[in-house]
Ligand binder design. Structure first.
Ligand code: GLN
Length: 490
């Protein structure tokens, strides 16, 4: 059985029905990782021992006739900023290189309760700050669809793992696009839920008001399945609202695009977007129309003009204060110094990489007197204006289609030449984080060279179930992507 080709739903069904065991599925996943990851570098910690224990517990439950859970025996990988008890959580930084979590993040705990098996932790941009997964202390991850290209970021290791068929699902965190953009670059599906949908407890944060946990999979049904497991109120995260979540998988049954009102974002300078990706948007809109949706154009001028500037003001300001806890004493990397200030300087200068230091410096500047009133406060107002624009749009639309990223996957090293271009690449993805909206990147096929094409779907706040339902219908039009063949990779 080629487990790498199966979805999470199929694997769990087979484990429950005793067609195969969780242990067999896990061994196949470990074997594939060992075969290809020397090259791809998507996995930074492999938890063979604990994974084998978890898988055999699932098998024992099945043997006893107990319910093994919704994700029974499904192997998955989590980004290396998710705490899992007894396992290293490094954020791919020297600062936390040897830091072992002493508790499970709520997401990891819920996955375990649902029978999923944590196989390992995935590569990421240091502290989730980036879009290419090249700033990790463990080295860059390569894109399994084309190893000369980046897998996107910051959850590049998670997306590459799903694309390479290591496992059917992986978890990432998305602050300004870090689940959706790497999923898009690796030719798989990525979902960022509404802010507050999933607990962030135990995830090493980047920006508390923007971060959200999100699943990556090769089809929408698996995304919905993970949402059923993870979308729960949590006492330990007060922003994770205690409202009743719908069944996301049920929302997919009998879904239809007929009569849906779909806004296609307009007004932006199309010369900045790759023609293949403009075509992907046109094709998606045409397909929705064919299926009976009402499609119209809509301009969101504030989001269009100011999203990136607003995102980087809010993100770096918040990140600089959040990163203050890494002071060389409480967590991670420490260097002795002549006095306290010297110790801080040495530990932080040498514990953080270049991009993280750059962001802390810019963020600290934004928050200092004078700059705070001129930059940070206006950015929070613009953020509200962007959210208001969407509230107005969703009075007349059910769904919005726009690019997730303006370019096809970058070549490795592109960021060294054009760091600002890479920041600008967040123009579309960061909008939904600023407004707290659910959004998804969906694969629309591959170019002749085999590079994935993609669009973003954005839904109204807490309309995650209907967004996934519409996405599953659109996915039928393009076909859910399969894992990369990996021929010639090792
Ligand atoms: N690329 C964005 C940034 O560098 C988003 C990162 C993220 O979502 N974690 O800030």
């Amino acid at each position: 059985m080629e487990f790498c080709k199966l979805s999470a739903a199929e694997i769990a069904e087979g484990v429950r029905g005793k067609k195969w065991s969780a242990t067999e599925v896990l061994e196949a996943s470990l074997e594939r990782i060992k075969k290809y990851d020397g090259k791809i570098n998507a996995v930074v910690t492999l938890c063979e021992e604990t994974a084998r224990k978890e898988a055999s517990e699932v098998d024992a439950k099945v043997a006893r006739g107990e319910d093994p859970g919704l994700l029974a025996g499904v192997p998955y990988l989590a980004k290396d900023n998710f705490c899992a008890e007894g396992i290293k959580t490094t954020c791919c930084s020297k600062m936390l290189e040897n830091w072992v979590s002493n508790y499970d993040s709520t997401a990891v705990k819920l996955m375990k309760e649902a029978g999923a098996v944590l196989v390992g932790k995935t590569n990421m941009d240091e502290f989730a700050m980036g879009s290419t997964t090249e700033s990790s202390i463990f080295g860059a991850t390569l894109n399994p669809r084309d190893i000369t290209r980046v897998p996107g970021g910051s959850s590049g290791g998670s997306a590459a793992s799903v694309a390479a068929g290591y496992c059917p699902i992986a978890l990432g965190s998305d602050t300004g696009g870090s689940v959706r953009q790497p999923a898009a670059f690796c030719g798989v599906q990525g979902f960022k839920p509404s802010y507050g949908q999933i607990s962030r407890y135990g995830i090493v944060g980047y920006v508390s008001s923007l971060d959200q946990v999100g699943p990556i999979a090769r089809n929408t049904k698996d995304l919905a399945l993970v949402m059923n497991v993870l979308a729960k109120a949590d006492y330990y995260d007060s922003t994770c609202d205690a409202y009743d979540r719908p069944s996301f998988t049920e929302a997919l049954e009998g879904a239809s695009l007929k009569g849906k009102k779909i806004a296609v974002l307009s007004g932006y300078d199309k010369s900045h977007v790759a023609p293949e990706l403009l075509e992907a948007i046109d094709k998606t809109a045409a397909y929705c129309k064919e299926q009976g949706a009402e499609v119209f154009e809509a301009d969101l001028p504030v989001a269009r003009k100011h999203a990136v500037a607003c995102y980087y003001m809010v993100a770096l300001g918040d990140a600089s204060s959040k990163m203050a806890c890494f002071d060389g004493m409480r967590y991670g990397y420490h260097e002795d110094g002549k006095n306290l200030t010297d110790m801080y300087k040495r530990s932080r200068n040498n514990g953080f990489g270049k991009e993280v230091r750059r962001r802390i410096l810019i963020g600290t500047c934004i928050l200092s007197r004078g700059y705070f009133d001129n930059y940070y406060i206006p950015a929070t107002r613009v953020r509200q204006m962007i959210a208001d624009e969407f509230t107005e749009l969703f009075k007349k639309a059910d769904l919005c289609i726009c690019p997730i990223h303006p370019q096809l996957p970058y070549k490795q090293g592109y960021i060294d030449d054009k760091p600002l271009r890479v920041y600008l690449g967040d123009a579309f993805s960061s909008i939904s984080n600023l407004a707290g909206l659910p959004s998804m990147s969906i694969n629309t096929g591959f170019t002749q060279e085999g590079l994935p094409t993609y669009v973003q779907l954005i839904g109204p706040r807490f309309g995650d179930d209907s967004l996934l339902a519409a996405a599953s219908e659109i996915e039928k039009g393009f076909g859910a992507p399969e894992c990369a063949s990996m021929e010639g990779v090792c």
